[in-house]
Design a protein around this ligand. Structure first.
Ligand code: SF4
Length: 240
């Protein structure tokens, strides 16, 4: 599918979602490469869709710079959500500031406090949410549908970027001179918290850039796109 067709299909699904859900629709965006493309399409074609992002308190400066660039370019009021300060204080007091390196349990606790709970709050009362998930990001994404029931948050989930490839995304970014996270130029593929993201080398699985100290079977999921909060489907991180 060419870029024009991809763009038309994505905009059509975004419009369908917005027509159906109105202000009960939200796009939680992690500001990855597909995220900036989808933000561009939303701002130009369906500007009524609310775009939110999470400030976990541990993001790279490059991500904050991108947030500002996007707000300036589109006159966009990003809905920036934060973790509960008392929950973060308690976790750090009891488990240390770098707890995530010590065990899988600690890492999931940190993702829970800094990401999942704030997202759960943001989604409360919503009817549907939008993701930036793509089929080419993982083998187990081939069966993902454009519109799905989300059993984790009890909402409809729209996946308008499903058929875009990595190459399509970067072609669109270049063609439209979009701002993007400069860490991508340093071989970061998936960018989350600064302490939990790294550059990858040629041929490495993109998900190896997240929580790389963990075993392969526990890599690359923070719990946002899971069939239950205890399981995982192989999400690489876009969608927060
Ligand atoms: S990615 Fe790392 S720092 Fe960020 S919330 Fe998860 S464990 Fe915590």
């Amino acid at each position: 599918m060419g870029i024009d067709s991809l763009q038309s299909a994505t905009v059509a699904l975004l419009k369908t979602a917005h027509d159906k859900h109105g202000d009960k629709l939200i796009y939680p965006c992690a500001l990855g490469s597909e995220g900036v493309v989808q933000i561009d399409l939303i701002c130009r074609h369906v500007p009524g869709i609310r775009i939110m992002t999470l400030d976990t308190g541990r993001l790279p400066q490059a991500t904050y710079d991108l947030m500002q660039q996007l707000q300036d370019r589109y006159h966009l009021q990003l809905d920036i959500r934060f973790p509960d300060a008392q929950a973060v204080e308690k976790m750090v007091r009891e488990h240390g500031v770098n707890l995530f390196y010590e065990s899988l349990e600690n890492r999931k606790m940190c993702c829970g406090v800094r990401k999942i709970e704030p997202l759960r709050k943001a989604l409360a009362g919503m009817g549907a949410w939008i993701t930036g998930r793509r089929r080419d990001q993982a083998e187990n994404r081939q069966s993902i549908q454009q519109v799905e029931n989300d059993p984790v948050f009890g909402l409809l989930k729209y996946n308008p970027m499903l058929d875009w490839t990595e190459a399509d995304i970067w072609q669109y970014i270049r063609d439209n001179d979009l701002p993007y996270n400069r860490l991508h130029d340093e071989h970061y593929v998936s960018i989350g918290c600064e302490c939990c993201s790294r550059a990858i080398t040629a041929g490495e699985d993109p998900r190896a850039g997240r929580w790389w100290w963990e075993q392969q079977d526990t890599l690359a999921e923070c719990g946002l796109h899971v069939t239950s909060l205890g399981g995982r489907t192989g999400e690489s991180g876009e969608g927060i």
